[in-house]
Design a protein around this ligand. Structure first.
Ligand SMILES: [Cu+2]
Length: 200
């Protein structure tokens, strides 16, 4: 009886010891969150960001450069604002309200990464899209993420992957610029500053 009991006790002590070590090994690493301005993991680089010109749906009575002093929110402005109309259906009639920054994402790291989200105040909604050929028709489809292979790059461009700005909050004229933040699974937040130009 004693000879069975003692090995069991020793095994139990070893198990407890192992758990304890694993616990202390994990604990300290979570404490050091990177500063918000630091370029997250450093493995993601953005090059040649640009966007096409586009007309916001609602900006007519408020041209750029209008005096801010006289401007005040009115019921008319609120009523003129379409509420969530653009989400889901990107019909030809709505095309003027949408835009897209294009850019090349390069991953210099040894591990693949994924663009999982884009945010910004340029549009009411921002989605990740791709373009697929459905018969003779090119259709845009939302995607959950855009893969960026290790030591590789992805070009976001017309007819391919893109960041879709749905319901622009202002016009995008040639020479204007816009800011969005790309959120990568590993590299974290990467800011993008795109200048508006005519497509080549
Ligand atoms: Cu799209």
């Amino acid at each position: 009886m004693r000879s069975i009991f003692i090995p069991a006790l020793i095994a139990g002590a070893l198990l407890l010891g192992a758990c304890g070590q694993a616990g202390t090994a994990q604990a300290p690493t979570a404490a050091n969150a990177p500063a918000t301005n630091a370029p997250a993991a450093g493995a993601i680089q953005i090059s040649d960001p640009w966007a096409r010109p586009a007309i916001a749906m609602m900006g007519d009575e408020q041209p750029a450069g209008a005096s801010m002093g006289e401007a005040k929110p009115t019921d008319a402005m609120a009523a003129a604002q379409p509420t969530g109309a653009a989400v889901g259906g990107e019909s030809a009639a709505m095309s003027g309200a949408n835009g897209a920054p294009y850019l090349t994402i390069t991953n210099t790291g040894d591990a693949a990464d994924r663009l999982i989200k884009a945010t910004g105040d340029i549009a009411k909604s921002i989605e990740l899209h791709t373009v697929i050929k459905n018969g003779d028709v090119m259709e845009m489809r939302p995607v959950e993420a855009i893969e960026v292979p290790a030591k590789g790059s992805v070009k976001l461009m017309p007819g391919s992957f893109h960041v879709m700005l749905i319901g622009l909050n202002r016009d995008l004229k040639v020479g204007d610029s816009l800011d969005v933040t790309l959120q990568f699974e590993k590299a974290g937040a990467v800011p993008v500053h795109a200048t508006v130009r005519q497509p080549e």
